[in-house]
Design a protein around this ligand. Structure first.
Ligand code: PLP
Length: 378
């Protein structure tokens, strides 16, 4: 198997249909049948029907197929690509259809989808602490790590052991640490999901999600479900995402290094800003041995910082030059978000940072001047 950077650029070479070096954008929703080779649906193999020539773009289209080949190699499994991370998570619930669902601190959109399934079909919900007590065969455990909005890690192996002892499956939302930062398969994951909107997309201009399974049959079944859920990635987005994948490794490694440098600066200088900074959260500040093993390829580019009060948060975000005040994460541009703007369940003095590909020292200088001016005011 070639290395990640090579895979990102060449995993879809086998899908070249024309001589163009950059894959064409296919806007067609429907494709002409080959009149010299007409095989009715009923006579085709139900499981492999989507793997031939494209027919209708809700079923499959060329750039989605390219992406699934890239993601299958990059994420070491059978990848199914969706029009958002939320669609990928919903697809997992529909496919695995658990009677009991176990979830801890996670992205609120995933919780909202689970709540809809509970409302409509009575799926029981429990916390991660309840696995040993209530989990049974066929149930699903959902673990997000590193976790939103803190950027801290939870021990995948310990949750996997608990889930597997009961015959339950473990789904890891690895959005905050895509490869090469973290490989959840090594620690017992059964299913992996990513919001590709974040680091894979990387330019804050497309929505997508990916679900990865170890079993080819499960991937084919997910693609069959996806036809009728209507959740395949769009034509234009699939082109943009392929383009993003080419540079993915360089971007995420730079973002990871930058974030570690910024957190280190903040942690070393907390006392200088003692009237402003209250607490920092990031995987690089965790000392438990599992964290270094799990994030073997680098820290997550997302971290959080709590200030003394909400007024300080409101002021701080306006003093930064290079950090745009916006939700989301994973793009080449650094973002900061006062999380109270979009989440009422979290500490209302928490600022979430998503570090981009700018120069780390420029970002540190920017944060420094904002903190210093607030320290001086107090
Ligand atoms: C953004 C996000 C999602 C949802 O992804 P969308 O692409 O916005 O639908 C799920 N999980 C995590 C951890 C996320 O950050």
């Amino acid at each position: 198997m070639p290395h990640l950077s090579t895979t990102l650029i060449h995993a879809d070479d086998k899908n070249n249909r024309v001589s163009d070096v950059a894959p064409p954008i296919n806007v067609a929703t429907t494709y002409r049948y080959d009149n010299n080779n007409l095989i009715p649906w009923a006579e085709q193999d139900e499981m492999t029907v989507l793997e031939g020539e494209p027919v209708y773009s809700r079923e499959a289209h060329p750039n989605c197929t390219r992406l699934e080949n890239i993601f299958s190699d990059v994420l070491d499994g059978h990848a199914v690509v969706y029009n958002s991370g939320c669609s990928a998570f919903h697809a997992a619930l529909v496919h695995f259809n658990p009677k009991r669902f176990f979830i801890g601190q996670s992205y609120f959109g995933c919780k909202a989808i689970a709540d809809m399934i509970t409302r409509n079909y009575g799926m029981e919900q429990y916390t991660l602490e309840d696995i040993e007590k209530y989990a049974q065969k066929g149930d699903l455990v959902h673990l997000e790590t590193p976790v939103n909005p803190f950027g801290t890690s939870i021990d995948i192996q310990s949750i996997a052991d608990k889930a597997h002892a009961k015959g339950a499956l473990l789904l890891i939302d690895s959005t905050f640490a895509p490869p090469p930062l973290q490989n959840p398969w090594e620690f017992g994951a059964d299913i992996i999901m990513h919001s590709a909107t974040k680091f894979f997309g990387g330019h804050s201009d497309l929505l997508s999600g990916v679900l990865v399974v170890k079993d080819q049959t499960a991937a084919r079944e997910l693609r069959h479900d996806r036809i009728h859920l209507g959740t395949i990635i769009g034509n234009l987005e699939s082109y943009l995402l392929i383009r993003s994948m080419r540079t993915f490794e360089m971007r995420v490694l730079q973002q990871s290094k930058n974030a570690s440098a910024i957190v280190q600066f903040l942690n070393n200088n907390k006392s200088t800003y003692d009237k402003v900074v209250r607490v920092l959260h990031h995987s690089s500040l965790q000392t438990e041995p599992f964290v270094a093993k799990q994030l073997a390829g680098g820290q997550t580019p997302v971290f959080s910082m709590c200030l003394m009060n909400q007024e300080q948060c409101k002021k701080f975000v306006g003093k930064l030059k290079y950090f745009q005040h916006a939700t989301s994460l994973g793009g080449v541009e650094s973002l900061v978000e006062w999380r109270a703007m979009s989440d009422d369940t979290i500490d209302q003095t928490l600022l979430r940072f998503s570090i981009g590909c700018e120069n780390a020292n420029d970002l540190i200088d920017d944060i420094k001047q904002a903190l210093q001016s607030m320290q001086d005011e107090n």
